[in-house]
Design a protein around this ligand. Structure first.
Ligand code: ZN
Ligand code: MN
Length: 477
C-alpha cells in the first residue's frame, strides 16, 4: 500500500500600508512600475529598513496558528538569478524564522506547521512563452509575504484543499490579507511524494505557484498517477520542481531540485535582527480578533444556528458581521440566514458580485424582511427587490414605490379582479363545482396575471373559495 505524503508552502501577501523594506505603498491594480523606489527596484547600495506592521501581522498569524513566536529572529539573503529579482537575492528568513511550530485543525485532524517566516515578494513577470514580450512590474517587488510551511501531514487532495480553505478564512478574519488566490494574494507550492507503508519517501516533487484550490487539487491527482507509474516500474521518481498547466491539468518539469546549499544563504548585513519581548507577544495575543472557529461556535450558541449554517455564515468575517448587523435590527436569525444562504448567494453568483461589491446594507435588508412580514409585498416581489438592492443599493421602499410592487390586500380591489377572472372561464367554474377543487389554482393564477402580480395570493384563494361555493348555492336555489 502506498500513501500520499503532502506538505504545503503557502505565500500570503500582507496588506500592510507600506512595503516590507521601503515606504512604497502596497496597492493592487495601479499602473505598473509606479509604486517603486531604489530599495524595491534593487539598486546597489540602497538600504532596506524594517516595516513593524508586517512583523506584527506575522505574530498575529503565528498566534492564530498556535505557533511559538521567536523572541529572536533575523533575515538572510537567498541568492539566485531571475528576471523578477534584479538585486540577485531575496531577503527572507531561513535559519531563524519569526514563528516555529503550530498547527491548524481540519475537522478532527491536526496539520502541524513547521514554521512561518517573513520575506519580500519579487516583481511580477508577464510574458508569452519563453520570455517573449516580457513585462516586469515592480509594484509587487518588496510587498511583505508570510510563508507558512507545513509538515508533510497532509494525505489527500481533499485535506490539502481543506487546509487552504481554513487558512484563507483565518487570514481574512485577522485582516492581514485578502487571501484571494485568484489575485495572487495567496499562492501555494505543493510538495508531493508517495511512500510505501511505514517508510519515508526518498524524493520530493514540488509543484510551484498554484493559484486556485482547483489547481492544488488537480495537480496532486496528476502527480499521484505519475509517481505511481514510476514506482510500479520499480523506478524512483527524481526530485524536481514542476509547474502546473491549468488547461491540460498536467504538471511539467521546470528544473531539477536545487539544494539549500545552492542558494548560499547568509545573514542580511543591512538589517538588524528582530527582537520581541514576551510582553509584546502577550499584548498582541490579547488584541487578537475573533477567529473563524470561535465565530462558528458563537453563531451556534447565541443564535441557535445548526453547525452547517453556522459554518456557512462564519466562512467569511464580512458575511458574519452582515448577518449580525441585520439581526440587531430584525431579530429572527433563522429567517435572515435562510435568505442569505439561498437568494442572496444566488444573486452574488448571478451578477458576479462579492460580499464587498454587493450594495445592500443590513438596515435595508432588515426593512425588506419586515415589509415581507407585513404582507404588503409578495414573496416573489421580495426576491426581485433583493436583487435590485444588491445591485443598486436602493432602499426597499424606493424600489416598491417606483415599480408599484405593493401587494394588494384590499377586498374590493381583489373582488374586481376575481370577477374578471371568473367571467373568462364559465366552463371551469362548473368543473370546480363538479368536485375538481384543485382547479382553483388556475383561477388564482389568472387573478395574479390580471393584477400584474400585485394581488395577495393567499387572500385571493380564500375569497375565490367562498365565491365559488356561493355560486354553487346560488345555482341550487
Ligand atoms: Zn520601494
Ligand atoms: Mn518563499
Amino acid at each position: 500500500m502506498r500513501k500520499l505524503v503532502i506538505g504545503l508552502e503557502i505565500h500570503i501577501q500582507l496588506n500592510t500600508k507600506n512595503k516590507l523594506f521601503c515606504q512604497c505603498p502596497v496597492a493592487f491594480g495601479d499602473t505598473i512600475n509606479t509604486n517603486t523606489c531604489p530599495i524595491c527596484l534593487g539598486y546597489p547600495g540602497a538600504l532596506p529598513h524594517m516595516n513593524q506592521e508586517a512583523v506584527r501581522m506575522g505574530i498575529e498569524l503565528g498566534l492564530a496558528l498556535k505557533g511559538n513566536i521567536q523572541q529572536h529572529s533575523y533575515f538572510e539573503r537567498k541568492n539566485y538569478f531571475y528576471p523578477d529579482l534584479p538585486k540577485g537575492y531575496q531577503i527572507t528568513q531561513h535559519s531563524a524564522p519569526l514563528v516555529k511550530n503550530g498547527f491548524l485543525r481540519i475537522q478532527h485532524k491536526k496539520i502541524r506547521i513547521e514554521q512561518i517566516h517573513l520575506e519580500e515578494d519579487t516583481a511580477k513577470l508577464t510574458h508569452e512563452g519563453n520570455f517573449v514580450n516580457l513585462e516586469v512590474d515592480f509594484n509587487r517587488s518588496g510587498i511583505p509575504l508570510l510563508e507558512v510551511v507545513t509538515k508533510p501531514d497532509i494525505e489527500s487532495p481533499d485535506e490539502a484543499v481543506r487546509f487552504l480553505t481554513n487558512l484563507k478564512k483565518i487570514v481574512e478574519y485577522l485582516g492581514v490579507s485578502s487571501g484571494k488566490m485568484e489575485e495572487g494574494a495567496l499562492r501555494c507550492d505543493v510538495n508531493i511524494s508517495l511512500s510505501s507503508t511505514g517508510k519515508h519517501p526518498h524524493y520530493r516533487i514540488e509543484v510551484k505557484n498554484l493559484n486556485s484550490f482547483r489547481s492544488v487539487y488537480k495537480s496532486i491527482l496528476f502527480e499521484l498517477a505519475r509517481q505511481e507509474e514510476f514506482l510500479n516500474q520499480h523506478q524512483k521518481p527524481i526530485s524536481e520542481t514542476r509547474g502546473f498547466d491549468d488547461k491540460t491539468e498536467e504538471t511539467f518539469l521546470l528544473r531539477k531540485k536545487a539544494s539549500a546549499y545552492d542558494y548560499r544563504y547568509f545573514p542580511e548585513p543591512d538589517l538588524l535582527a528582530i527582537h520581541i519581548s514576551p510582553e509584546e507577544i502577550e499584548s498582541i495575543r490579547n488584541q487578537l480578533p475573533e477567529l473563524p472557529a470561535q465565530a462558528r461556535k458563537r453563531l451556534m450558541e447565541k443564535y441557535g444556528l445548526s453547525i452547517i449554517k453556522a459554518n456557512s455564515i462564519s466562512a467569511s468575517r464580512t458575511l458574519c458581521s452582515f448577518f449580525e448587523q441585520t439581526n440587531a435590527l430584525y431579530p429572527d436569525p433563522k429567517k435572515i440566514v435562510n435568505w442569505l444562504l439561498t437568494d442572496f448567494f444566488k444573486n452574488l453568483n448571478k451578477y458576479n458580485l462579492t460580499l464587498l461589491t454587493q450594495k445592500m446594507k443590513p438596515i435595508h435588508f432588515a426593512s425588506l424582511l419586515r415589509i415581507l412580514d407585513s404582507g404588503s409585498v409578495s414573496a416573489n416581489h421580495g426576491k426581485q427587490i433583493l436583487e435590485i438592492m444588491m445591485k443598486e443599493g436602493l432602499e426597499p421602499e424606493q424600489i416598491i414605490h417606483s415599480l408599484h410592487l405593493t401587494q394588494e390586500n384590499n377586498p374590493d380591489v381583489l373582488d374586481k379582479w376575481i370577477d374578471m377572472a371568473l367571467a373568462k372561464y364559465p366552463k371551469e367554474i362548473r368543473v370546480y363545482q363538479s368536485g375538481k377543487n384543485n382547479i382553483i389554482d388556475m383561477f388564482v393564477g389568472e387573478v395574479l396575471e390580471i393584477s400584474l402580480g400585485r394581488a395577495n395570493p393567499v387572500l385571493v384563494k380564500s375569497r375565490l373559495e367562498t365565491r365559488l361555493m356561493k355560486k354553487s348555492t346560488d345555482k341550487g336555489r
